[in-house]
Design a protein around this ligand. Structure first.
Ligand code: ATP
Ligand code: LTN
Length: 333
């Protein structure tokens, strides 16, 4: 870690197969930041258990996510890649931050409201505490920037509020982080309900394109994507399905939306959907091959995680001792 470089923190939950939304909104941006910043990227398994998980599946998905991070281009030398639960300071800082977070503000969080509805039989304390744990993740590393998709903005704002509140009460302790939401790829929508974001836990398998989907499945999902009754390929609010496909296409081709519109001027929806599917399948093929290769080398993945957790641990320990001193915990001399 170099002195004076800005610090970047982000994480994804191992709560399902990753979608092209997670890729475009989060991981791809991390890859482009790792050279310029000191980066910490975690697998947020403690967040994942706020909804019910099958333990053996959670363990497997954790390792798969690490392989995917690496396959997408994260460099274990250039950043700390680790599993959140392996660094105990996350839970410890969460406890202290809980005492400056208000029940009222947590109960107003959009994601909490959504997930409480979706998991009405299991509205546990962890689900409500989710943003506080996320604030602990971020603040532990004195983070400057948090690259996430648009849906996580509210949570990064809570992390900022908690940092400022703590600093005001106990004296300067935390750096106040900023969200970094890149416009392109920030919100990829469901292929079936294109006004909703694409989500890895969507019950409809045709709604989301997973990074592990085979070529045939990708082509089929795009073919079935919901559009509209016109036959004009243009980006417009009243055409959420077509607009979403244009965003996905331009993102994966590395061109602008107007350029994509020009490319498909006069073409029909059938050709358009096929082109989007092929573009996405071509872009994912090398990531999939590399992920499979890495998953066959468990010893390597374990080494990466161990080194990452050590880096994270020493940075986290520094902030946590400061916090403990500030709040008045006795440690002897
Ligand atoms: P879940 O469905 O389990 O709640 P999710 O698919 O929303 O999960 P998260 O683990 O919550 O995924 O998010 C991981 C990262 O991916 C976050 O930075 C989030 O903002 C980003 N992200 C998730 N979905 C999208 C999307 N559809 N478009 C752009 N970014 C997204
Ligand atoms: N809640 C995030 C995942 C996450 C995260 C973080 C993102 C957990 N801790 C810290 C950024 C910073 C999500 O994307 N659902």
């Amino acid at each position: 870690m170099e002195e004076g470089r800005k610090i970047v923190y982000s994480a994804v939950q191992p709560s399902g197969n990753l979608t092209i939304g997670n890729y475009a909104g989060a991981i791809r941006n991390w890859v482009s930041m790792q050279r310029e910043y000191d980066c910490f990227f975690a697998v947020a398994d403690m967040h994942a258990i706020t909804v019910r998980q099958e333990p053996s599946l959670l363990r497997r998905r954790t390792l798969e996510l690490v392989a995917l991070y690496l396959a997408c281009g994260l460099d274990p030398e250039g950043c700390a890649l680790y599993v959140q639960s392996a660094v105990p300071q996350h839970a410890e800082l969460c406890w202290v931050l809980n005492t400056v977070a208000y029940v009222g503000e947590m109960s107003r969080m959009t994601q909490f409201k959504d997930k409480s509805q979706k998991h009405a039989e299991n509205i546990n304390m962890g689900l409500m505490d989710y943003p506080v744990l996320m604030a602990a993740d971020i603040l532990l590393y004195q983070t400057d920037l948090v690259p996430v998709g648009a849906d996580q903005k509210q949570h990064v704002e809570i992390a900022r509020d908690l940092a400022v509140r703590f600093n005001n009460r106990f004296g300067e302790t935390f750096r106040v982080p900023e969200p970094l939401i890149l416009r392109s790829g920030a919100k990829i929508c469901s292929l079936q309900e294109p006004t909703k974001k694409m989500s890895k836990s969507d019950e409809n398998p045709n709604a989301s394109v997973f990074l592990t989907d085979e070529r045939d499945a990708i082509l089929r999902k795009f073919k079935r994507a919901v559009t509209d009754s016109e036959n004009e390929i243009r980006f417009a609010e009243e055409k959420p399905g077509v607009s979403n496909l244009l965003s996905i296409y331009s993102y994966f081709r590395g061109i602008t939306v107007p350029e994509a519109e020009r490319e498909f001027a006069g073409k029909g929806y059938g050709d358009f959907k096929l082109a989007v599917g092929e573009t996405v399948a071509d872009a994912l093929a090398p990531v999939q091959a590399e992920r499979a290769r890495l998953l066959a080398d468990r010893a390597y993945l374990d080494r990466v995680l161990k080194a990452g957790a050590e880096k994270a641990y020493s940075a986290a320990r520094r902030t946590l001792s400061k916090v403990h001193r500030k709040v008045g915990f006795y440690r002897g001399d």
